[in-house]
Design a protein around this ligand. Structure first.
Ligand SMILES: Cc1cc2nc3c(=O)[nH]c(=O)nc-3n(C[C@H](O)[C@H](O)[C@H](O)COP(=O)(O)OP(=O)(O)OC[C@H]3O[C@@H](n4cnc5c(N)ncnc54)[C@H](O)[C@@H]3O)c2cc1C
Ligand code: SF4
Length: 513
């Protein structure tokens, strides 16, 4: 029997649903899990706080996309405003607006989890069949090097000139028009996000999806969840309507992602060991913009197609990092740069000639690096604290220097930093300016598109939230299946890890019904 999509405006009275599994959230974890559960014949209801949008709604404008498809209408940030947080909020979650880069989980990360977090049974051999199935469904394949846009080519050219590793990336696309608008929702359904793949699969198989329904509370006795309570939201205004959706299911799968899962568990007073919201990781990002004589048009073409892992392992006691490119659309660039007046005017005028390269730092692997903490304010909003620790500051200083070298080696006539007072580097002899520049919170722009952790997986119930089978340590019918379970950052873009984990988890969740 075919399922259905019920949008907020369709709900004219309170709703009560019963089913086998209630899936909360429809992103990388939720979409993958739901499709697999439905394929096993289970009765699934999915609740998603964001709206249900299709390619017809994606008009390529940032001013449409951010309020429609991002958490906090695109303004989410750490509480000290030092780190801007890009995170999705619509059917498909962050996969609707992500930049399509796909990596399997590195072996060394899986080994680290086993050694340091007691996670057994999660090795490459176990995950490979799941990755292969996901790769087939989402058409994950290498993007041809010759199709890389000028923005990404600068990363390749600079690394090659310096003798550093750089390689084409894999993307989840089919019929991609190489437009560059992934972050605003793909207008041609080329991106194989969950909203065009697993979620339609699940609906075809009978799933009932409610969009615009934010789950506010899990009703439980400490051992079992009896009811999931959601409120229907007024789309666009983020206000509650008078209606609720209540789901009574045998099993609850929490798939709301990092930051949001901890908020729901804290609202539900489900934090028996005080670990909810801890170990929140961000792959903190800094950027360097190279200005070139030729036209780069960093907003056109597949956003990410080249990556470099030259500095991923810098030896004991050091934070590793990796390089990618970022699409530089005007709003995103202006808000990331944080400049105003004449500086903003100059930046926007030179935008067609700018290449934006980024360094993503791998948090959570070193002893004492606990990442950030998500807690709940009295008004229900998130309090996101992320201390930029000295080891991260050291890595940022070096990564910035090396990103600048990449630009200079690729022929940039000038490299600008995103410091509060931007620096301009025109040749190797200017590099000393970076050595004495200040790095850290509020010294320069920092952002994240990769939120991980907050409901960490681990064998020790006093230091983690779920076990290696995604099951909550004390609530037996609650499973957490998304990026919030990652006990560390990954050193690669996270979506494919989450798809693989969710597909593996589907067997476990199905058996719990
Ligand atoms: C701009 C951008 C670019 C990115 N590019 C890449 C990339 O190229 N490659 C890559 O691997 N990763 C990328 N990512 C990150 C990647 O998409 C995410 O890591 C991944 O989608 C996270 O999956 P998830 O299931 O944990 O959460 P999400 O995919 O974020 O889904 C969670 C969903 O749950 C919903 N939800 C949360 N709480 C509730 C609640 N209480 N009630 C109902 N619904 C709720 C949310 O609204 C959201 O839709 C990018 C992210 C962004 C924002
Ligand atoms: S680059 Fe490809 S996948 Fe991204 S929005 Fe354009 S057509 Fe879609």
């Amino acid at each position: 029997m075919k399922g259905r999509v019920t949008q907020g405006t369709d709900v004219t009275a309170d709703v009560i649903e019963t089913c086998d599994v209630c899936v909360i959230g429809s992103g990388a974890g939720g979409g993958t899990l739901a499709a697999e559960l439905v394929a096993r014949g289970l009765d699934v209801v999915m609740l998603e706080a964001g709206g249900y949008h299709t390619r017809r709604d994606f008009d390529l404008h940032e001013e449409t996309a951010f309020p429609m498809l991002y958490q906090g209408r695109g303004t989410r940030a750490t509480s000290d405003l030092a780190i801007s947080i890009l995170q999705g909020r619509s059917v498909g979650g962050s996969t609707t607006i992500n930049w399509t880069t796909c990596f399997r989980t590195p072996e060394r990360i899986l080994k680290h989890w086993e050694t340091h977090h007691g996670i057994e049974g999660l090795d490459s051999q176990t995950l490979t069949p799941h990755w292969e199935a996901v790769e087939a469904r989402l058409n994950i394949h290498q993007w041809p090097r010759e199709m890389a846009n000028a923005n990404n080519r600068k990363l390749l050219e600079g690394c090659e000139a310096l003798g550093w590793e750089a390689a084409p990336l894999r993307r989840n696309v089919k019929g991609c028009a190489n437009s560059g608008f992934c972050g605003m929702g793909c207008p041609v359904d080329g991106k194989q996000g969950q909203h065009v793949t697993t979620i339609p699969d699940a609906i075809d198989g009978g799933m009932r999806l409610y969009s615009d329904v934010e789950v506010r509370r899990l009703i439980h006795d400490g051992r079992r969840i009896s009811e999931v309570r959601g409120v229907v939201m007024e789309r666009g205004r983020d206000r509650d309507t008078a209606h609720s959706v209540v789901v009574r299911s045998k099993v609850v799968a929490l798939c709301g992602g990092a930051i949001n899962n901890p908020l729901l568990l804290l609202r539900s007073e489900l934090n028996p060991n005080g670990r909810v919201g801890k170990r929140t990781f961000l792959h903190p990002v800094i950027a360097a913009s190279g200005v070139y004589e030729e036209t780069i048009s960093p907003y056109f073409g597949a956003p990410q197609s080249i990556g470099s892992h030259q500095f991923i392992d810098r030896g004991p006691g050091k934070v590793g990092y990796f390089f990618e490119a970022a699409p530089m659309h005007p709003m995103l660039t202006a808000s990331a740069a944080g400049v105003v007046g004449a500086q903003l005017d100059e930046l926007m005028r030179s935008l067609p000639h700018i290449s934006g390269l980024i360094a993503l730092h791998v948090d959570g692997l070193l002893p004492g690096d606990e990442g950030g903490t998500v807690s709940l304010r009295s008004d229900g909003r998130p309090d996101i604290a992320y201390p930029v620790r000295p080891l991260l500051v050291e890595a940022m200083r070096e990564s910035h220097l090396n990103l600048t070298r990449v630009h200079l080696a690729a022929g940039a006539r000038e490299v600008g930093t995103l410091h509060t007072k931007p620096l301009r580097i025109r040749s190797e002899t200017d590099l000393h300016l970076l050595e004495t520049a200040e790095y850290g919170a509020m010294k320069h722009a920092i952002f994240t598109a990769h939120q991980m952790g907050g409901c960490a997986m681990g064998s020790d119930s006093t230091t983690s939230v779920v076990d290696a089978n995604h099951r909550h340590h004390t609530v037996h019918n609650l499973y957490v299946v998304d990026g919030s379970v990652l006990p560390t950052a990954l050193g690669v873009n996270p979506s494919h890890t989450i798809y693989g984990l969710a597909r593996r988890a589907s067997d476990i969740v199905a058996q719990a019904v």
